[in-house]
Design a binder for this molecule. Structure first.
Ligand SMILES: *Cc1c(COP(=O)(O)O)cnc(C)c1O
Length: 397
């Protein structure tokens, strides 16, 4: 797909075809496409300079807004992507603990840094294998891949390797294997096991940060995080990543501490202005709207699937994040996601696209609603969704 422009709830491709946007730039566009207040903030900042390669007060504008919403971020750093944010947080955790091993969960995505493009080896206790060509086995050899929602597996890992684990990296609500919510106590178990053994917990909130409430979501779900990563929404549509945590942990970062991290365009003034303008818009009203819109889309998807007798079909939703599975629910981990019928999803996606509804092309990705979507937009998409469900079954409407 090549898009030419976007406004509010809709995208327009290079051939002039219009689509209801249910991807939202993978979650960044929580207010919809090109909100005028953010565009104006970007224009105003750009006129003052595109990059200084040095700090500007705009970093404080965004930094203070983030810190007020997430008080645990006593110190934070700006980078240019979620990938960089997580990569840097992992380096800080290793530098702080002087340990090397990292634990992630199968189905979790944390950007494309080498060490995190890892899939489970044979058995939990074995080092991970590369999940991409070009990644050396030795690099992912420092990563363990545990199972989401499986406290026993994690406990076993900690029993055997606890003293060498620097950090556990987790999405508090998984958004890269569809939408998978943690079972009660799973996240609590993570922080308990990690902290008992002197390891840190990194909450990867690149998707969930400012998506479900003004701030992060891990605290409300019982996860005690040391480091937190943000991205997507906090950049207001520009390239921004954030990592941060308590003062003592963050003081391992240079120039105060020994952990190196820098970026030519980090804290870029135009991106900072976009992020600050975005956060100013995220009022409780916006989150109420997002919840309503998410619930409406969920109901409509269920009703359309029912009408076309598509079984099994499961929607898992957290606010404005929806996971769509052609499988019986509940889906609790990557094995559940893998049960979703990929052929059906592919036909569903293409049929919806042909009828002007842009969904994520992979069932592993989250369907996002933005605050720009009105009930009438969803009502208008009903016909497309029904036809897409028919197509999913290999029939034509
Ligand atoms: C998108 C994402 C990242 C990577 O962010 P990029 O800006 O694409 O590099 C990291 N973690 C999570 C949870 C994400 O969803």
């Amino acid at each position: 797909m090549f898009f030419a422009r976007g406004r509010g709830a809709y995208l327009v491709d290079v051939d002039g075809r219009k689509y209801l946007d249910l991807v939202g730039s993978w979650g960044a566009n929580i207010l919809g496409n090109a909100p005028p207040v953010i565009v104006r903030a970007v224009q105003k900042a750009a006129e003052q300079g595109l990059t200084f390669g040095a700090p500007s007060p705009l970093e404080h504008e965004l930094g203070e807004r983030i810190r007020r919403a997430v008080p645990r971020l006593q110190r934070l750093r700006f980078v240019s992507s979620g990938t960089e944010a997580v990569m840097s947080a992992v380096r800080v955790a290793r530098g702080f603990t002087r340990r090397n091993k990292i634990v992630k969960f199968a189905g979790g995505y944390h950007g494309h840094s080498d060490g995190l493009l890892a899939r489970a080896g044979s058995g939990v206790a074995n080092p991970a294998l590369p999940d991409s060509a070009g990644v050396p086995p030795a690099v992912v050899g420092e990563t363990f891949v545990s199972r989401y929602n499986d406290p026993d597996g994690l406990s076993e890992l900690f029993e055997r390797f606890g003293q060498s684990i620097a950090a556990v990296l987790v999405e508090p609500i998984a958004g890269n294997m569809g939408v998978v919510v943690p079972r009660p106590s799973f996240l609590e178990t993570i922080s308990r096991l990690a902290h008992r053994e002197g390891a840190l917990v990194i909450a990867d909130e690149v998707i969930t940060g400012f998506r479900l409430r003004r701030g992060t979501i891990h605290e409300t779900l019982g996860l005690e995080a040391d480091l937190v990563t943000l991205g997507k929404i906090v950049g207001g549509g520009m390239p921004v990543g954030v990592y941060g945590g308590p003062r003592d942990v963050m003081e391992t970062v240079a120039p105060v501490g020994p952990v190196y991290q820098a970026g030519t365009l980090s804290g870029n003034p135009v991106a900072m202005a976009a992020g600050a303008a975005m956060l100013d818009q995220l009022t409780p009203d916006i989150y109420r709207t997002l919840e309503r819109t998410g619930a409406t889309l969920e109901e409509r998807l269920r009703a359309c699937a029912e009408q076309e007798r598509v079984h099994p079909f499961t929607v898992q939703r957290a606010g404005s994040m929806l996971g769509l599975f052609f499988a019986r629910g509940p889906i609790v981990d990557d094995r559940g996601t893998a049960r979703s019928d990929r052929g059906r999803y592919a036909r569903f996606f293409h049929a919806a696209l042909d009828r002007g509804v842009y969904l994520p092309p992979s069932p592993l990705e989250t369907t996002f609603v933005s605050a720009a979507i009105r009930p009438t937009d969803l009502a208008r998409a009903d016909g497309a969704l029904r036809a897409a469900f028919l197509a999913a079954l290999g029939r034509n409407g």
